[in-house]
Design a binder for this molecule. Sequence first.
Ligand SMILES: Nc1ncnc2c1ncn2[C@@H]1O[C@H](COP(=O)(O)OP(=O)(O)OP(=O)(O)O)[C@@H](O)[C@H]1O
Length: 276
Amino acid sequence: MGAGKATTAAGANGTAADGEVVARAIDLTKTYGDKDSQVVALDHVNVEFMRGQMTAIMGPSGSGKSTLMHCMAGLDKPTGGKVIVEGLDVSAMNQRQLTKLRRDQIGFIFQSFNLVPTLTAEENILLPLQIAKRPIDRAWFDKVVDVVGLRSRLTHRPSQLSGGQQQRVACARAIMARPSVIFADEPTGNLDSHSSREVLGFLKNSVREYGQTIVMVTHDPRAASYADRVLVLADGRITQDLRHPTYDEILEVFAGEGDEVEDGPQADATSREGAE
Ligand SMILES: Nc1ncnc2c1ncn2[C@@H]1O[C@H](COP(=O)(O)OP(=O)(O)OP(=O)(O)O)[C@@H](O)[C@H]1O
């Protein structure tokens, strides 16, 4: 692991050095199954996510990345410990409170875009606000649409858009409600290198320009190199916490772990341009 000037390893306890905490896990534990066949997906994880930062979560398959994100987002109940988002104890919330939290404070971007096929791009972007009966800030909508470069595609349905364009619609939808934190689960997993760069560039831009907080699970070291911080999970624990690591420093962490991290044509071609 590089420990150069730009890359500050903050130990493996996930405690960030500075800034305002948006979300934190305290002693977070998640087990599946019963005593005889128990799987420890998260093993006493302590981590803080800071406002205005993009954090990538990496690690081998089965290391607990999705479980961590789902617990942080209130989609999954922890077995032990706590999740706090914007000072609210997510782990203690009932279903109604969780629905409100996910509606008001949290944005999601999935690998499979999750757009409504019968709605236009514009309708998809505005849908969560309409469901929540929240007013639509047209000036913000215009800004977001211009940043994602979808102005000429607003009347198109998902089937009439490329994968990258569909994912940019999903990004716009997530950011439209100005959530406290966006959780992205392999947002570039289904995209070619060009579209990946577009989507990552947009996410990075929203962090830089609007102070958006993003937590993104990825297997792609190129995608992770866009992040301000890279957390590495192994066996349900945080084993590395890297600040502004370069692509090479990220690769070094996984050196010798074979096929656990993508370094194929897509990863190779996803340049870091726009990442800094
Ligand atoms: N619903 C479930 N029931 C039982 N075990 C589960 C369940 N969900 C996850 N697990 C187990 O918990 C562990 C962590 O899974 P998780 O999906 O969080 O890993 P991951 O790092 O996201 O993996 P991947 O990169 O393959 O998506 C794995 O051993 C997995 O098999």
